[in-house]
Design a protein around this ligand. Structure first.
Ligand SMILES: *Cc1c(COP(=O)(O)O)cnc(C)c1O
Length: 338
């Protein structure tokens, strides 16, 4: 049954085989300090560098979720407080978590800028030019939540010091694992703050990962499946081109090909529209009806989220979704009458 839910989302079909492989071969029972397990961590890290074109001097660690990364940025990388310009529910939540750890006292003292590259709740994104502008204007550390875009589009890694994503969006994997990427400057900041109070303090994580180990028993199954999915992926430039052309086609389709639908795109300005999550707006009755009809036709549309919960549905444009599934949803929308 095709699902266009933007997280948890469709997993690559090959994941079933990779997971079976991990169980059959005993990988999931390997001690996480063993050479065999460390080798899988090492390969996954190398493949991330290679397939996502992450600069060689940026470090990579695995943690449990993007929410955990929000807290790691606050506890281990923020000295005074953090700024959170945002436009949606995930940016808002990040700010609330961060300010509980490093309360906002004076915005002019903030040493960390926190941005959500792709706001999954409303289908907006910060494009390269906007990120470059933040990089020019802000002299402190920049951390970017790229949960619903990493592994779906090309990211210009040098425009921020910290990037993270959980794997249940564009990576096409089951939830429970997140990729944390951090620059030499981020590590320098962590060393200057010397925050060591938590099991997931960045310095402790870094120390472990420099030996391809983890502070606690990690999600070995998730790391193995990530490694296998990365092996099968084309270079990110190819994935990016496909994601962007599919997104352009989705926006064209929704604006031009289905005038009978009682919906409009939630985001008017094309420059702000996300390439990976498309938000469609209507009355709550119309949204409810189309989700139910899609469901009856065997297709899962993404619910709205946060302030847009009842008045939007969302279409994930993630790499694991096949052309056939997209055609199926388009055919459904073409024939749909409210
Ligand atoms: C899904 C999502 C999160 C939360 O990810 P978890 O793995 O549940 O912590 C955070 N930020 C954005 C933009 C998301 O789309």
């Amino acid at each position: 049954m095709p699902t266009f839910y933007p997280g948890p989302s469709k997993v690559y079909p090959q994941v079933a085989e990779y997971a079976a492989e991990a169980v059959r071969s005993g990988i999931v029972s390997l001690n996480h300090r063993s050479a065999g397990f460390m080798d899988i961590v090492r390969q996954a890290v190398e493949l991330l560098h290679q397939k996502l074109a992450i600069p060689a001097d940026y470090h990579i660690a695995f943690v449990s979720s993007a929410t955990e990364c929000w807290e790691i940025v606050a506890q281990s990388l923020t000295g005074s407080t953090s700024l959170h310009p945002h436009s949606g529910a995930f940016g808002q939540k990040w700010m609330e978590y961060a300010h509980r750890i490093r309360p906002m006292v004076r915005p002019d003292l903030a040493d960390t800028l926190c941005l959500v590259q792709n706001e999954t709740s409303n289908g907006t994104q910060l494009n390269r030019e906007t990120l470059a502008q933040f990089r020019r204007d802000f002299t402190g550390l920049i951390a970017v939540d790229a949960v619903s875009s990493m592994a779906g589009i090309t990211l210009d890694w040098t425009l921020a010091d910290v990037w993270f994503a959980s794997v249940q969006k564009c990576f096409g994997l089951p939830a429970g694992l997140a990729v944390l990427v951090y620059s030499p400057d981020a590590l320098t900041r962590a060393q200057a703050l010397a925050e060591n109070d938590h099991y997931n303090s960045l310095l402790f994580i870094h120390d472990n990962f420099s030996r391809f180990q983890t502070p606690y028993t990690p999600n070995g199954l998730g790391i193995y499946c990530l490694m296998r999915v990365l092996e099968q992926l084309p270079p990110i430039a190819e994935v990016d081109a496909r994601t962007r052309s599919r997104a352009a086609e989705w926006y064209r389709f929704l604006e031009q090909e289905v005038p009978q639908l009682p919906f409009t795109l939630l985001i008017d300005e094309p420059a702000r529209r996300s390439d990976t999550v498309i938000a469609v707006e209507g009355t709550s009755e119309a949204i409810k009806a189309v989700k139910a009809a899609a469901n009856a036709a065997g297709i899962t549309l993404g619910n709205g989220y946060g302030a847009w919960k009842d008045t939007t549905f969302r279409i994930a444009n993630f790499p694991a979704i096949s052309d056939g599934e997209i055609d199926e949803l388009k055919a459904f929308l073409r024939q749909y009458r409210s």
